[in-house]
Design a protein around this ligand. Structure first.
Ligand SMILES: *[C@@H]1O[C@H](CO)[C@@H](O)[C@H](O)[C@H]1NC(C)=O
Ligand SMILES: *[C@@H]1O[C@H](CO)[C@@H](O)[C@H](O)[C@H]1NC(C)=O
Ligand SMILES: *[C@@H]1O[C@H](CO)[C@@H](O)[C@H](O)[C@H]1NC(C)=O
Ligand SMILES: *[C@@H]1O[C@H](CO)[C@@H](O)[C@H](O)[C@H]1NC(C)=O
Ligand SMILES: *[C@@H]1O[C@H](CO)[C@@H](O)[C@H](O)[C@H]1NC(C)=O
Ligand SMILES: *[C@@H]1O[C@H](CO)[C@@H](O)[C@H](O)[C@H]1NC(C)=O
Ligand SMILES: *[C@@H]1O[C@H](CO)[C@@H](O)[C@H](O)[C@H]1NC(C)=O
Ligand SMILES: [Ca+2]
Length: 925
């Protein structure tokens, strides 16, 4: 990011110069428009699905909320993932105003209609590709980016002024014209009459329904083609060049603010329309999954499994344990949205396998076998890293191995990815009961991996809010059964802490009235609980039931609401985790808050140690709850940084902190809610399982890059440190080993000075368009405080793309015109996707109750032959045709038309036929 541009960009948004505003107020902004359209689209799809399944559908009350809509969709367990998807879409939408402030095409300024449509069309194709790959997180990001220009079209062009009452559907298809665009030389505006701009668009433009949009520039001395309209607003220097004034409808106070509401309504409708287009292309289920809505948890369940030789004894136990976990969630409200498997061997690991089908996934598990590996330590962190790069946010990951990590140098990268995805990672380390080659050397005194080797896994489990369990392989199933509660969809974290070295500490945690099934996971030696009423555990007054697996003690507490305390003491390092089940939870995003705009851009890096900064806290699961206190709490000690909480509406709270801590911390919130039955207020406290870290190193890089397969892309990045200068190592990773990168291995940073460097990325020629490369650039100093990363998305983008839907051609028709006693009609159609097309993927009947036969595909794969027959009293046929990249169209045929498609006089004929048919029927009685 260029600071100068940023400031300017912020000013632009402040004045609403670049689209619907971001500031809250009476005017509608991109956030409102986007959320309203997503909630509306989701309700519509859930209603249709419920009807198809014969279920009642109860509309949520207006205005729609995330919780209300998810509940109406019977997806109460995926509220969190629904909220995450909406946030992801909105963050990317807003980011366009921050990072693409000066690219006219992203805002339909400067009459850049084709540029704007191109961004939408290519983005739409990529979104559909991402969804088909079940890469939902990337799909939501790309969707957010294209919604911005789509919405700006209505604010910046004269579509509304031209009296259009419906969205311009041509913006989401390539085979039609966007409209009659004003020629470069054609004047479109006259100067405003003082402050009155209600009449500044020229009559011939209005009468000819000609499209134009406002010119916009901020640099002094900028010009515009003569006679053209300007965008308007104080920053737009072109608005002071004749013809003066502007035509934007960004806010109620804009030059055309009197049309703001109309523009916002059309932008909402257009957003609904593009969502509907995506739904048609990918189907109802994938569409809802993209938005995080499913009957299950909305999360991903991910296994990372060691398949080296030494696991031979354990692999069956791992298969048993994982199968049992899969079985226990399939068909329940806890069924994950997707399943992910990564195996690691040596030297191979991966690839990542992902499916939403539990049976397919079970197949992957059944196929596991152990072999190879060679030496003692294995590539466990490489496997985990791959899983983290492909796993959506808030995934539950279980790693199974019996060996130390060979690739410990990846530890900081893995921690960075854990922070980034806020995933919970659990480590299940098997010991040995039978002879094990690997440990036979020292098995006489220890059959576990050495403490120094275990340390890496313990540190990672702690960073990820997971557990580290060492068990014999015959205990693995039992251990998995116990810790699988961690993967329950409604699990919330009440407290998480660690002490290294061990010491005696009294911790307290609050169990509120919405929380049940409180479970405490502890690795300390000595534990004693005190219930909210002050009582301690005795035989007469049992406060818990406890279990031990390996090194881990598990306490299921009695259901008592109030403040509990737990005294822990241990000589060795220990960790504590308290979870419960409750609908109320929260999400955290570290953001760069832009005060002038009151807008937030999500950070792709760690925040900077010692500086002030912001977090966006989003409450989930209650429309009435609010946040009263947010604290960054040191994980291994007592240090606390308290934030200032500013409510933003819709369950969102912006939190400002004066200083990010220099040690790992957790985010803890306190909030209050009202019990709907009793009307009383109660407090709740929550943490996120993830440990976060700030860094003294900052990294910036160009975002949203495209890469043509087979070519090199240079990604420039820059870094600086607030700490001591020196040589820092650079590590670059991608989500797939097919993508190659080259980067410097070290970078010299001087305190307070910016150093630039470049990473070269490439993808093989056969990489399909739309594939997303997740690129992580990590800069690592001597300690974790000097480590930072930036996560970038690069879209592989082939210049030859298929943007056209299949077309239908009537080959022959036996229609109802010639012979009224003909009680059926039949049509043969050729559906083709053109010579450069990707081919016809689906042909489905959307109107008509006749019989559809799909003929054998022509030798040319791009053509599908279809015949349809129906009775003449069902004369209308509509077919949804979709190509392999999701371009859709609807073909219609009428029983009274001819091959040429002419349906002359058919209404009359139709009437005559109906009469004669009726007569015929009467006579036959
Ligand atoms: C605007 O963005 C589009 C899409 O990324 C790009 O093709 C075009 O070159 C950009 N225009 C300018 C002036 O940077
Ligand atoms: C809500 O969705 C339906 C179906 O997609 C659409 O027809 C309608 O226009 C949408 N309403 C708004 C306000 O966008
Ligand atoms: C796997 O489970 C089956 C049935 O539950 C059991 O008979 C078998 O011993 C288990 N195998 C291992 C290796 O745990
Ligand atoms: C999740 O919790 C619910 C309620 O306690 C329980 O019925 C369900 O079995 C749990 N699921 C898992 C996978 O533990
Ligand atoms: C509301 O209060 C009642 C009575 O104390 C309690 O039984 C119920 O669980 C509470 N409901 C919620 C959602 O907390
Ligand atoms: C580093 O990159 C930034 C942004 O691209 C540029 O403004 C700056 O001049 C570069 N600095 C050096 C030393 O090349
Ligand atoms: C329907 O009309 C067509 C064309 O006139 C004719 O070839 C066909 O035999 C008729 N079918 C019936 C069932 O009358
Ligand atoms: Ca096509």
């Amino acid at each position: 990011m260029l600071p100068a541009l940023d400031v300017l960009g912020f000013l632009l948004i402040l004045t609403g110069a670049q689209g619907f505003g971001i500031l809250p107020g009476d005017s509608q902004n991109h956030l409102d428009i986007t959320e309203a359209a997503i909630l509306n689209a989701t309700v519509q799809v859930c209603r249709v699905l419920a009807e198809n399944e014969g279920n009642d559908f109860t509309f949520p009350s207006q205005p729609f909320t995330v919780t209300g809509v998810a509940t109406a969709c019977r997806a109460g367990n995926s509220i969190r993932s629904f909220q995450l998807s909406i946030l992801s879409i909105i963050f990317r939408n807003v980011r366009v105003d921050i990072r693409q402030a000066f690219n006219a095409s992203f805002h339909f300024d400067d009459e850049s209609f084709n540029g704007g449509r191109n961004i939408i069309l290519t983005g739409l194709a990529i979104v559909k590709f991402n969804i088909q790959q079940e890469d939902f997180e990337v799909a939501t990001e790309n969707l957010g980016t294209i919604l911005h220009p789509l919405q700006d079209f209505y604010s910046h062009s004269n579509w509304v002024e031209n009296n259009n009452r419906f969205p311009n559907s041509n913006l989401i298809r390539s085979d039609t014209s966007i409209g009659n665009i004003a020629a470069q030389s054609q004047a479109t505006c006259r100067s405003c009459d003082g402050d009155d701009c209600s009449n500044n668009i020229l009559e011939d433009i209005m009468e000819g329904n000609i499209l134009t949009s406002g010119y916009f520039a901020v640099l002094p001395g900028s010009t515009k083609p003569s006679g053209k309209c300007s965008h308007g607003g104080a920053l737009d220097v072109t608005s002071r060049i004749d013809p003066t004034g502007g035509i934007n409808k960004d806010t109620l106070g804009s030059e055309h603010g009197f049309l703001h509401e109309d523009a916002a309504t059309l932008a909402t409708m257009a957003t609904s329309e593009i969502l509907e287009n995506i739904r048609q292309a990918v189907g109802d289920i994938l569409f809802l999954q993209t938005l995080g809505i499913s009957r299950g948890s909305g999360k991903a369940l991910c296994f990372v499994i060691d398949t080296t030789q030494s696991m031979t004894d354990d692999i069956a136990a791992v298969q048993n344990a994982t199968s049992s976990l899969i079985n226990s969630v399939v068909g329940t409200d806890d069924q994950p949205l997707s399943f992910i498997l990564v195996t690691f061997n040596d030297p191979e690991f991966g690839p990542l396998m992902r499916t939403s089908d539990p049976q397919v996934f079970q197949g992957y598990i059944d196929d596991l076998s152990a072999s190879g590996g060679g030496d003692e330590a294995e590539l466990s962190l490489s496997g985990l890293q791959l899983a983290l790069m492909g796993a959506p946010r808030s995934s539950d990951i279980f790693l199974f191995t019996d060996a130390p990590a060979k690739d410990v140098e990846l530890k900081n990268t893995v921690i960075a990815l854990i922070e980034r995805t806020q995933s919970v990672v659990n480590f299940l380390i098997t010991g040995t009961t039978t002879v094990n080659r690997r440990r036979s050397i020292n098995r006489q005194h220890h059959n576990r991996i050495a403490q120094s080797d275990a340390q890496v896994y313990q540190d990672l489990a702690q960073a990820a809010g997971g557990v580290f369990v060492e068990v014999e392989s015959d205990e693995l199933l039992a251990a998995t059964t116990i810790i699988r509660q961690i993967a329950n969809s409604s699990v919330v974290t009440l407290l998480q802490a660690t002490r290294d070295p061990g010491m005696t500490v009294t911790f307290s945690f609050l169990v509120d009235e919405t929380t049940t099934n409180v479970i405490v996971y502890i690795t300390a030696d000595s534990v004693s609980f005190r219930a909210p009423d002050g009582s301690t555990n005795t035989d007469m007054n049992p406060l818990f039931t406890s279990t031990t697996v390996g090194n881990l003690q598990i306490f299921e507490l009695k259901n008592l609401v109030g403040e509990w305390t737990v005294d822990l003491s241990s000589l060795e390092r220990y960790s504590l985790r308290v979870t419960g089940q409750s609908p109320i939870d929260f999400l955290v995003d570290f953001v760069e808050f832009l005060p002038l705009l009151n807008a937030s851009d999500v950070l792709d890096t760690r925040p900077t140690i010692g500086t002030n900064g912001s977090l966006l806290v989003t409450l989930t699961g209650s429309d009435t709850a609010s946040v009263t206190e947010v604290m960054l709490v040191e994980v291994g000690g007592t240090g606390v940084v308290e934030g200032t909480v500013v409510p933003q509406g819709s369950g969102q709270f912006l939190v400002h902190v004066d200083e990010f801590p220099s040690v790992p911390f957790v985010v803890r919130i306190t909030g209050s809610d009202v019990n709907a039955t009793t009307g009383t207020t109660f407090n709740f406290r929550r943490q996120l399982p993830t440990n976060f870290q700030a860094s003294s190193v900052t990294i910036e890089a160009e975002v949203d890059r495209n890469l043509v397969p087979g070519t090199n892309l240079a990604v420039n990045f820059s870094a600086t440190t607030t700490g001591a200068g020196g040589n820092f190592s650079v590590r670059v990773t991608t989500n797939d080993q097919r993508f190659t990168t080259s980067a410097p291995s070290t970078i010299l940073l001087q305190q307070g000075e910016t150093t630039n460097d470049t990473v070269i990325v490439s993808a093989p020629l056969n990489t399909p368009s739309g594939t997303t490369i997740t690129l992580t650039i990590e800069i690592e100093g001597t300690g974790s405080q000097e480590t930072n990363y930036i996560v970038l998305r690069i879209t592989v983008f082939n210049t030859v793309m298929d943007f056209s839907p299949p077309v239908c051609e009537v080959l022959s028709i036996v229609n109802c015109i010639h012979n009224c006693s003909n009680i059926t009609w039949e049509v043969s159609l050729r559906v083709s996707d053109g010579t450069d097309g990707t081919g016809v993927d689906q042909v489905t009947l959307t109107q008509g109750n006749g019989t559809l036969d799909m003929g054998p595909s022509d030798s040319n794969e791009n053509i599908t032959l279809v015949t349809y027959n129906a009775t003449c009293n069902a004369p209308d046929l509509a077919l949804l045709v979709v190509d392999r990249v999701g371009n859709t169209d609807t073909c219609t045929v009428n029983a009274f038309q001819t091959t040429a498609g002419v349906a002359s006089l058919f209404n009359k004929v139709h009437l005559a036929c109906v009469l004669s048919l009726a007569l015929g029927l009467l006579q036959s009685l």
